[in-house]
Design a protein around this ligand. Structure first.
Ligand code: BMA
Length: 308
């Protein structure tokens, strides 16, 4: 088993949250000042999502702040596009600040917002960085030839939803977009794929944990896979592991708010070569497990499938 589940999963549930929520899931996690900071998504009791903050010394025991961290903006452009909620945050650290990408829902569809913070006391909205019909944007924590790079997931009617890459000089204007990885027919990720955790740098390349969806008579199943991108040119995929690395197997992943879902927005590399991978179970609770970077790399290299 590539990912070893933490024995006390789920590590965070709605019962740990001091304000009324129905779920706790799809969290971004990053180390800040020696602590693990988690930004997690919760459905309010009206079905719309907000983002809460929890902190931990060890990455396993989290304490939730009294107040939510991000709720839909109430004025300006962001208010118009976040009316239905803010979802699935991903966090990276670059140029002395943390960048948070999140899905902004409104009557106009879903698009990606980018907020910044230096200390997790307050998130400053920076820009809405896509038009509608995008989810799951992760930004690389390094620049390439002076440009920021992100993995994208635009929606499309005429092709299965795939992973793209785009670049930006300033985090605001993005372009040079290119499709780099597609779902594979009659495979665990045949319906759609999307970026999961922000990529992790290793000596052999960037590890990118992504989600793949398979449609069944009993609804869609969300699983996790992993791909290895070239260190200097992240648009080049060195290898994609053919088999999934995690699927819903525990009761809290099989049943919940949405059945049969493991969905990751965060992976935290540790000094000993291990990686803490965080995922939402059944859109309902937060879980964590550990993997080894070298083993994930070998998983990609030893039994790869075509990215396109
Ligand atoms: C996706 C998103 C995720 C969610 C998943 C499973 O489309 O809405 O936030 O975890 O579906 O319901």
């Amino acid at each position: 088993m590539l990912i070893k589940r933490y024995k006390n999963n789920p590590l965070l549930t709605k019962d740990d949250v001091p304000y009324p929520v129905a779920t706790v899931h799809n969290a971004g996690v990053i180390k800040h000042n020696g602590k693990y900071v988690m930004l997690f998504r919760s459905h309010r009791l009206n079905g719309r999502s907000i983002i809460g903050l929890a902190e931990s010394d060890d990455g396993y025991h989290f304490k939730v702040n009294k107040e939510p961290f991000m709720v839909p903006a109430t004025k300006g452009l962001f208010a118009e596009y976040e009316e239905y909620g803010v979802e699935d945050p991903r966090i990276i650290y670059i140029d002395g600040e943390y960048l948070i990408t999140y899905s902004a829902y409104s009557r106009y569809g879903v698009r990606i917002g980018l907020a910044k913070t230096k200390d997790f006391k307050f998130a400053e909205r920076f820009s809405l960085i896509t038009e509608a019909d995008y989810r799951n944007v992760v930004i690389f924590p390094e620049k390439f030839n002076g440009l920021y790079a992100r993995l994208d997931r635009p929606h499309s009617e005429i092709s299965p939803w795939s992973i793209w890459i785009s670049y930006s000089p300033d985090l605001k204007f993005w372009g040079e977009s290119k499709l780099i990885m597609k779902p594979m027919q009659y495979h665990w990720d045949e319906m759609k794929i999307g970026p999961g955790a922000p990529p992790i740098k290793t000596a052999k390349g960037w590890l990118s944990i992504y989600h793949g969806v398979f449609p069944t008579m009993d609804g869609n199943v969300y699983r996790l896979g992993v791909a290895l991108h070239d260190l200097n040119d992240p648009s080049k995929i060195i290898a994609v592991g053919d088999e999934w690395i995690l699927q819903p197997e525990e009761i809290y992943e099989i049943t919940g708010y949405v059945h049969n879902v493991v969905f990751s927005c965060a992976a935290v590399p540790e000094d000993d070569g291990s990686i803490k991978i965080y995922w939402g179970g059944a859109d309902n609770v937060m879980c964590v497990g550990t993997a080894n970077a070298e083993e994930l790399i070998n998983h990609c290299l030893k039994n790869p499938r075509e990215p396109l």
